[in-house]
Ligand binder design. Sequence first.
Ligand SMILES: O=P(O)(O)OC[C@H]1O[C@H](OP(=O)(O)OP(=O)(O)O)[C@H](O)[C@@H]1O
Ligand code: HPA
Length: 185
Amino acid sequence: MAIYKPETVECNGETFHVYITQEELQERVSELGEELSRHYEGRNPIFIGVLNGAYIFLSDLMRHVEISCEVDFLKLSSYGDEKVSSGEVTDLKDIDADIEDRNVILVEDIVDTGLSMKYIVEKLQKKKPASIETITLLHKTEATRHDVQLDYVGFRIPALFVLGYGLDYAQEGRNLAQIYILDGE
Ligand SMILES: O=P(O)(O)OC[C@H]1O[C@H](OP(=O)(O)OP(=O)(O)O)[C@H](O)[C@@H]1O
Ligand code: HPA
């Protein structure tokens, strides 16, 4: 089976190179799944993935969760086709599940400025869940300006634009099996 993981890749006229390999991703994702399985044993958590970016991370993560659980999605956008946040969050789809009194695990691909995560947690809190914890594959620690609670973090990364494994640049590059960064950074 062919997996799309070149050493370098052109995306929207810019060149990116590998930053986190497929093997490193798979190892960390499996550790996180095992940690969540231990923590949520007997609590039937509901995973809420943030579309579009989190879909690959969430699907890989769930295959390492060995307890009873559910999944739902919401969708929002704040980057458009740019490499910097617009500073505004647009709601595109809400969850369908009733999360009142449920244990929610909010799943993001990346926390950059923190705006999206802060916005979603405040939105979900209004639905009165029993608990909300957050997990993000990537955290750009130096770029985060909003106060966010991060319970599980895959990789802490510098403030560089990244691509692949669900993360896009103007909607392209999500199908790359590894995480890439802009050449020269
Ligand atoms: O911490 P922040 O600065 O808010 O950035 C993080 C958010 O940006 C990306 O979503 P985007 O709005 O690009 O939509 P997408 O997931 O559909 O690509 C990513 O998936 C996060 O949701
Ligand atoms: O570095 C990034 N890459 C892709 N999407 C993003 N959304 C926030 N930060 C990023």
